[in-house]
Design a protein around this ligand. Structure first.
Ligand code: FUB
Length: 439
């Protein structure tokens, strides 16, 4: 049972794009499930960047107001895929679907060293939307063209359809009841103009929409087509997202609490096409059902609801943190210690005796200040390295009120140790707040 909430001090009243800033995320597939929350299934750009090759794992984020997002943590890593490419990596754009009490997580991943010739659509399942996923193998019987970017759409009558494609070819087909095999052959989706990748299907007022990224060089846009049938033929309708400044584009269109939204990524935080960040903007339809061009904003959207807050525990750096590299430990009062000037790699601050409750997922909120456009911290939890965590500048971050967050697993009891190391821009750290998921 999900009970993690956001600590009161971290609640944001207004949205900003990108919405996910603490790690680099891309290819957002957003879904609203029966618990009333909206979930983003995203791929993860590894920092320092190594292109799409080493995209290693998926994180999920959830919200009930579109402004405050909970990092639900990593749900699947390439090392957990038993049939996968021995060298790992290549965990590209995923999707998730729900049927009869099970969440099905679909992801493209190669099965061999020759990654471009061995793409498969993997499936992992769980009885929860954002944890507990177990690899179930891949969908058999699909042929070997660029089988990337799966999207699964479950229609009102319960029938499920899968779409995928890259390299200018998009295919669709119906899934069997088991959600892990194909009913009959996949077929080409006809009528799409300039299809590149990133297929996404949704339905509104009885009309099916297939959105996708086009081939505009180094600046893909989003186009779409409509049909009265889930597998087409499709009628091309036009471009609805102009270039974001990022070489790739990838998005999902979702209705939440009576309003439609586009989830997409850009490279606003990093300035690099391989360190991307998820954004949300409003999506509007014309009277005739065509989509209006989405206005890309820095303000973003929401909030659409009240956020439930949590009594989380805040910890301060141990007073004997390293002061190497010019860092200064400043005592604010008896309890609070701020480590200022963590600009060098030798500088760290450790947080000890962190209470992990009965053990399991916990979101770690890191309180920092920085004047850097994008400072970063190495995060280590009980010796496991979760680097790098972004700590970008914002007005709040200039006043020691910036917060970066990450969800990791804690051990039961009070012996957890969290260590932050600098070396990626000048940054000060004043504390951690730990919110347990209590599941
Ligand atoms: O993130 C890796 C790949 O880049 C995705 O699969 C594509 O859609 C593009 O966003």
């Amino acid at each position: 049972m999900f009970t993690s909430k956001i600590p009161k001090a971290q609640i944001k009243q207004s949205g900003n794009n990108p919405v996910i800033t603490s790690i680099f995320t891309a290819d957002p597939s957003a879904h609203v499930w029966d618990d009333g929350r909206i979930y983003i299934y995203a791929s993860h750009d590894v920092d320092p960047p190594r292109g799409c090759d080493l995209m290693d794992a998926y994180h999920v984020f959830s919200s009930n107001d579109l402004v405050n997002w909970v990092d639900e943590g990593e749900i699947l890593h390439s090392k957990d895929v038993h049939w996968g490419r021995p060298e790992g990596g290549f965990m590209w754009a995923p999707d998730c679907a729900y049927k009869n009490g099970t969440y099905y997580f679909y992801y493209p991943h190669p099965s061999g060293t020759d990654w471009n010739a061995t793409w498969k659509i993997g499936v992992a399942t769980s009885d929860k939307p954002a944890s507990g996923f177990v690899d179930r193998g891949y969908i058999e019987g699909l042929d070997g063209f660029a089988m990337i970017d799966p999207c699964v759409f479950v229609d009102d009558d319960g029938r499920a359809y899968m779409y995928y494609g890259g390299g200018s070819k998009c295919q669709g087909g119906e899934l069997n009841e088991d959600m892990m095999s194909i009913k009959g052959p996949m077929r080409d989706m006809s009528g799409l103009e300039d299809f590149h990748e990133a297929a996404w299907v949704f339905k509104r007022k009885g009309l099916y929409y297939l959105t996708y990224a086009d081939n505009l060089e180094n600046n893909n846009r989003m186009r779409y087509a409509t049909s009265k049938h889930p597998l087409g033929p499709w009628t091309y309708q036009g471009i609805f997202l102009e270039p974001t400044g990022c070489p790739t584009t990838h998005g999902s269109v979702v209705e939440y609490k009576g309003q439609w939204y586009l989830f997409y990524h850009n490279q606003e935080i990093s300035g690099r096409g391989n360190l991307r960040s998820v954004c949300i903007d409003y999506l509007h339809f014309h009277e005739d059902g065509t989509i209006q061009t989405v206005v890309q904003t820095k303000e973003g959207v929401g909030p659409v609801d009240e956020v439930t807050v949590d009594e989380a525990t805040t910890y301060y750096p141990a007073a004997d943190c390293s002061t190497g590299g010019g860092a200064v430990i400043q005592s604010i009062d008896d309890a609070e210690v701020v480590v200022r000037g963590m600009a060098a790699k030798e500088v760290y601050c450790a947080f000890e005796s962190i209470d992990g409750g009965t053990g399991g997922r916990a979101t770690i909120y890191i309180h920092y200040s920085t004047a850097e456009a994008l400072a970063k911290l190495n995060l280590e939890v009980n010796g496991h390295d979760y680097s790098l965590i972004n700590a970008p500048f914002s007005e709040a971050a200039s006043e020691t009120k910036g917060t970066a967050y990450f969800t990791a697993s804690l051990n039961p009891g009070k012996n957890n140790i969290i260590k932050l190391t600098g070396g990626y821009g000048d940054i000060s750290v004043s504390g951690l707040t730990v919110s347990l998921f209590n599941e």
